[in-house]
Design a protein around this ligand. Structure first.
Ligand SMILES: [Zn+2]
Length: 372
């Protein structure tokens, strides 16, 4: 440890002693001698406390109860309607957390930190979203304060795509890559930017809103009030709307039968594309081209080592990914392109919630160290 941290051996032992006193680290066993005294092997004590990670989406809710190594002890994914507003929505979140703690066999007393991802621009200091395009009724609602008072625990609120980047970096496809961006293509499109191993949040905390980069100056209206944003052309909602238009125009597609029964979603389009439906494939390929154009700009600006795609639309097949890669290859500068891999995240729908667990763990360790 002294070698890796470049701290003196005495400093390291003092810190380790503090961590042992806080029960955060424990002596696991005595290791084999390499000439001198036999070393004591230390390990993190995963059972000192529990961390709750929450991913609030526009249409889904995921809750994970994890130990201090980030292992999930209980986990659920439920349907969710963000438009039900903050009070009803957070009430549902509270019930889901209670149920997961019960399933994990934990009491609230064992919870040390809670971290929550939300699909809107988060002002970090205030723990609230401001002018969120796809969170009607949540503008300015003090999510962090409300949950802190409800649970009497440290609660942290962050953007879902920022947490997606953190999740993939901590547990997924982004391990060992400290300059990465994670693009979440859900109902909207968000982006988490990790630079030198730190989430880049900007002055307020709202950095990474790639969904509202202009792709076409006279394009369709966007939920943010602008026109021709990436999200309005290639987000999940836009993909579903374009599928409706294709059906209206009389194009032959399997989606017609689905839309007769219920409202189409982007996931329906992705599934149909996977089954070989030509109209659905064209829709995804168009969306991928727009996303790739925006990504080419991002790659030129930031020169990341890795760009990961995530969110509900990405899971089904390679059509979207291939189309994104083609547009990126066509439009980014050659040196940055050569240094950048574009791939799909490995945590699937869990990227954000595992990022929340990771954020919760970071705050937990900081608080232990600060408390001495
Ligand atoms: Zn917009």
């Amino acid at each position: 440890m002294a070698r890796n941290t470049k701290l003196s051996r005495a400093t390291v032992s003092a810190i380790v002693e503090e961590l042992i006193d806080a029960r955060l680290v424990r002596e696991a066993r005595v290791g084999a001698s390499r000439g001198g005294r036999r070393p004591t092997i230390l390990e993190l004590n995963p059972d000192v406390g529990r961390v709750v990670g929450i991913d609030i989406g526009a249409t889904h809710l995921i809750v994970v109860v994890a130990d201090l190594r980030g292992r999930a002890l209980a986990e659920c994914e439920l349907g969710f309607d963000i438009a039900s507003g903050p009070e009803a929505g957070l009430d549902r979140v509270g019930r889901a957390v209670d149920e997961m703690l019960r399933q994990a066999g934990c009491l609230w007393e064992s919870v040390v930190t809670v971290a929550v991802g939300v699909p809107g621009p988060v002002v970090s200091k205030l723990g609230m979203v401001v002018a969120p395009p796809i969170m009607p009724g949540w503008d300015g609602f003090p999510i962090q304060k409300y949950l802190r008072e409800r649970w009497a625990k440290p609660v942290y609120v962050d953007n879902d795509a920022d947490l997606g980047a953190l999740g993939e970096w901590s547990y997924g496809a982004g391990k060992n890559e400290s300059n990465l961006t994670y693009i979440k293509i859900g109902t909207g499109i968000g982006c988490g930017i990790l630079l030198d191993g730190q989430i880049y949040r900007g002055v307020l905390g709202t950095a990474g809103e790639i969904g509202h980069v202009t792709i076409s100056e006279d394009g369709p209206p966007c939920t943010c009030g602008n026109y021709g944003c990436l999200e309005a052309m290639a987000g999940g909602r836009a993909i579903a709307q374009r599928a409706q238009l294709a059906i209206k125009a009389g194009q032959r597609t399997a989606l017609t039968a689905i839309s007769a029964a219920r409202e189409l979603t982007a996931r329906d389009v992705a599934e149909a594309a996977k089954e070989g439906d030509a109209v659905a494939q064209q829709l995804l390929s168009d969306a991928g081209r727009h996303i790739g154009s925006a990504l080419a700009s991002l790659i030129n600006l930031l020169n990341p080592g890795l760009v990961l795609l995530g969110g509900g639309v990405v899971g089904a097949g390679d059509i979207l990914l291939n189309s994104v890669r083609a547009a990126v290859a066509e439009r980014s500068m050659r040196p940055s392109l050569q240094a950048t891999r574009v791939d799909v995240g490995s945590l699937g729908r869990r990227s954000t919630v595992m990022g929340a667990v990771s954020l919760g763990l970071t705050h937990t360790f900081h608080s232990y160290v600060e408390a001495g």
